[in-house]
Design a protein around this ligand. Structure first.
Ligand code: PLP
Length: 395
């Protein structure tokens, strides 16, 4: 009777959360661990958002269940947000507020996939896509992006993976873990391809406001009306507003799909936390200057960190254009110090150099490591120094 289901046995914890938990455990034992594992801004949630939450609690309105799809103010705020940043008009009925973008994706896979339906997932990928597809009895089909093309996939590569069972394509730009951004032209060809083959585009735009240098983020839904109709937009407040702990995300797109996702949520969670929804209204509709201040801080860190990371012997890394990750190729670095398995390499970095980062293997990239620069500068600088010292010692 205590036997776990096949589903539970197959499921593994998120590698990023596991790496972070391991680092915290060692820290708690008193070890001086530097952790650059988590995709989580290190800034406090902006003051105006905190105040909105406090007011919602004190007024009493945050005490109760909300509609499953979200409070009307927040669905309207999402509509206005998409109008402002995408230039697209949706109705509130085409929006759903969720417990983080993560649950939006979970609910989406649950409602679009039948057993054995396939979802195209460009590699390297954010860790949860594949597991969520499997939880919905679907099949993740990995499309290998080439590192020399900044890991971005092409229509030719997608076509090679297309079958009669292909249902959807996940597109995450700016990308976690690579930080790369698809150009408008690239998105146009991928979008037209998806329309031609009737593939649903799942646009994970969660890093869309964290863009650096000359790069620009084009949401794929904005490219044409046909592509917009074929796209479900997934977004949220976690990364843009430093609100990871509040757990608010949203989905925007086809009303029938939104309603089905709402049914999943109504049976699984009832509603996203009320106080967080009121806070998110302020995030989306209030002053946006703190977003720009955080974006700038990330950009400065990237500009300082990138050249340092390139000093690690053997490292190869294109400069990211968005999000807050570096995803260096460490194949040569590993060869220099006698490793051929990146997970053992990162395990030893943790054990011996007390640096916690995430193995690329978890993202489908066995020659890479992920360094999150959503950490203070001192941590970042020392992290690189420790990795360098580790490599020098082993060489
Ligand atoms: N999508 C990507 C690419 C992410 O990196 C994350 C968080 O790490 C999420 C979605 C989920 O974000 P949240 O559930 O905090 O909204």
């Amino acid at each position: 009777k205590m036997e776990l289901s096949k589903r539970a046995k197959q499921l593994k914890p998120s590698v990023t959360l596991a790496a972070s938990a391991k680092a915290k455990e060692l820290k708690a034992q008193g070890l001086d661990i530097l952790s650059v594992t988590l995709g989580e801004p290190d800034f406090p949630t902006p003051e105006n958002i905190q105040q909105a939450a406090i007011a919602a609690i004190q007024s009493g309105k945050a005490s109760f269940y909300t509609p499953t799809a979200g409070i009307p103010e927040l669905r309207q705020a999402v509509v206005s947000y998409i109008e402002r940043y995408y230039g697209l008009t949706y109705s509130p009925k085409e929006t759903l507020i969720t417990d983080g973008a993560k649950f939006a994706l979970y609910a989406l896979f649950q409602v679009i996939l039948d057993a054995q339906d396939e979802v195209l997932i460009p590699v390297p990928y954010w860790v949860s896509y594949a597991d969520q597809v499997q939880l919905a009895e679907g099949v993740p089909v990995f499309v290998q992006g080439k590192e020399e093309n900044q890991f971005k996939v092409t229509v030719e590569q997608l076509t090679a993976c297309l079958t009669a069972k292909t249902k959807a394509l996940v597109l995450n730009t700016p990308s976690n873990p690579t930080g790369m951004i698809y150009t408008k032209e690239e998105l146009q060809s991928i979008g037209e391809w998806a329309v031609e083959h009737n593939i649903l585009i799942i646009a994970d735009d969660i890093y869309g406001r964290l863009v650096y240098g000359d790069a620009t983020f084009t949401p794929i839904a904005t490219i044409s009306e046909a592509i917009r109709r074929q796209t479900m937009i997934i977004n949220g407040v976690s990364k843009t507003y430093s609100m990871t702990g509040w757990r608010i995300g949203f989905a925007v797109g086809d009303q029938k799909i939104i309603e089905a996702m709402t049914n999943i949520a109504s049976q699984a969670t009832s509603n996203p936390t009320a106080v967080s929804q009121y806070a998110a209204v302020e995030a989306l509709t209030g002053p946006q200057d703190s977003v720009e201040a955080m974006r700038k801080a990330f950009e400065e860190r990237l500009n300082r960190l990138y050249p340092l990371v390139l000093e690690i012997p053997g490292v190869k890394c294109a400069k990211p254009q968005g999000a807050f990750y570096l995803f260096p190729n460490v194949k040569e670095t590993m060869a220099i110090c006698g490793y051929d398995d990146v997970t053992i390499f990162t395990d030893d970095l943790l054990k011996e150099a007390h640096v916690a980062l995430v193995t690329g293997a978890g993202f489908g990239a066995p020659e890479n490591i992920r360094i999150s620069y959503a950490s203070d500068w001192e941590t970042l600088e020392q992290t690189v120094q420790r990795i360098k010292a580790f490599v020098e010692k082993k060489r």
